[in-house]
Design a binder for this molecule. Structure first.
Ligand SMILES: Cc1cc2nc3c(=O)[nH]c(=O)nc-3n(C[C@H](O)[C@H](O)[C@H](O)COP(=O)(O)OP(=O)(O)OC[C@H]3O[C@@H](n4cnc5c(N)ncnc54)[C@H](O)[C@@H]3O)c2cc1C
Length: 363
């Protein structure tokens, strides 16, 4: 079976098949106690149950694009999700519901939906990783998030040792979150997305995307144009995987955008002083989302910080922390993340929180 996720790599001891650096986009992470590959939903359940019988801790890993794994690795069973495929399970005149196996590479799915003329995922083009991981943090970009199109998730519930179907309204979707994030109770087996039969995208919500498309916010554009423009914008920020571009050896955004209560936002604005007008977006409940990239930059951590070797902020985007190769390990990466978090807090009184899942390491 060809394996689009596990690539030959320059990570720590790449000759060792159990070195998790091989399986993460950061190319960081120590050894696995045991590696098990699962190529179907049944195999995923079997592998998890077998690890439980051995009383092994379980780590589910798919594309490895949203995890930071410590230099000590993971001393249990790592189940690599490699199931593939999607099929239409329901349709009517206006919509199709597509059931996608957890291991299906996300961007292959998005490309296929655009080709079929199914609208709803086009702005999520170019995001690395697997379809089954998208509900975990309610993957989103350029004004779209999967919570808008997911109708249900099929998962193995480790607490009840049963396969369950969880309706979207029970998934607890929030900004970069869900009931699945930071929980090892559920292993996602497949995801149902309800998409609209339409040659045009949904209304473009993101100002930068609208500008790049030459349309107004709220306009619709051909699906292929939305996809091509998102891919172009992402490539310019090092946000599509490119083996030749060290700026993509990352987890994408390392920190989430802080969402502040109104009073905290007012305090933050006082501390901004003459630094200009920080980007901000209103959120429900009189809260305000602010830009983590802006905070990092204005706190003095510019692109490329602290230098070209080891670990550094991407040369294209202040929100991505990258592994530039060499001997630097996860410890160096999390030390850089800590320095940035503390520097932003000292300057603006705002705490940044990591977006990826940290495994056997902490900031
Ligand atoms: C260059 C780059 C750009 C990115 N851009 C974006 C972006 O624009 N928006 C965005 O939201 N994210 C972005 N990301 C983050 C990442 O791509 C997504 O979060 C993606 O969905 C992770 O998928 P994965 O298969 O790689 O998950 P992994 O990294 O393998 O796993 C991530 C977490 O999900 C769990 N998990 C994975 N699969 C399953 C499963 N089947 N069942 C249960 N748990 C599971 C893992 O245990 C882990 O806790 C980016 C990452 C990179 C490297």
């Amino acid at each position: 079976m060809s394996d689009v996720y596990a690539e030959p790599t320059t990570g720590a001891d790449p000759a060792d098949p159990a070195t998790l650096a091989r399986y993460t986009t950061l190319r960081l992470g120590g050894p696995a106690g045991r590696l098990a590959t699962a190529a179907s939903a049944d195999e995923i359940v079997q592998q998890v149950q077998e690890a439980e019988l051995r009383e092994d801790p379980v780590l589910v890993l798919a594309g490895g694009s949203n995890v930071v794994i410590g230099d000590q690795g993971f001393p249990g069973t790592v189940v690599l999700i490699r199931s593939r495929g999607y099929r239409v399970v329901a349709e009517d005149a206006d919509t199709v519901t597509v059931r996608v196996e957890a291991g299906e590479p996300w961007d292959d799915l998005v490309a296929a939906t655009v080709e079929h003329g199914w609208s709803g995922l086009e702005c999520l083009s170019g995001i690395p990783g697997s379809a089954g991981a998208t509900p975990i943090q309610n993957v989103g970009a350029y004004g779209q998030e999967v919570a808008e199109t997911i109708v249900a998730v099929e998962a193995y519930d480790r607490s009840h040792r049963a396969v369950v179907r969880i309706a979207a309204e029970d998934c607890g979707f929030a900004y970069r979150g869900s009931i699945f994030k930071y929980s090892d109770r559920w292993v996602v087996l497949s995801v149902d997305f309800r998409l609209t039969r339409a040659p045009l995208s949904g209304p473009v919500r993101y100002a930068e995307l609208a500008r790049a498309l030459g349309v107004e916010v709220g306009d619709r554009v051909p699906l292929a144009d939305a996809r091509a423009t998102v891919l172009r914008l992402r490539a310019g920020k090092g946000m599509v995987l490119d083996p030749d571009d060290p700026d993509t050896r990352s987890v994408g955004s390392f920190f989430t955008n802080p969402v502040l209560e109104r009073a905290a936002y007012d305090l933050f604005r006082e501390r901004v002083g003459d630094l200009g007008d920080p980007p901000n977006w209103p959120c429900p409940g009189d809260r305000v989302k602010i830009s983590a990239a802006w905070l990092i930059d204005k706190a003095g951590f510019g692109r490329g910080y602290p230098g070209p070797a080891g670990v550094a902020i991407s040369s294209k985007h202040t929100l991505a922390l990258t592994n530039r190769g060499g001997t630097a390990g996860t410890a160096a990466l999390v030390a850089l993340a800590r320095e940035i978090r503390d520097g932003v807090h000292a300057r603006f009184g705002v705490t940044l929180h990591p977006e990826p899942v940290l495994i056997n390491c902490t900031i």
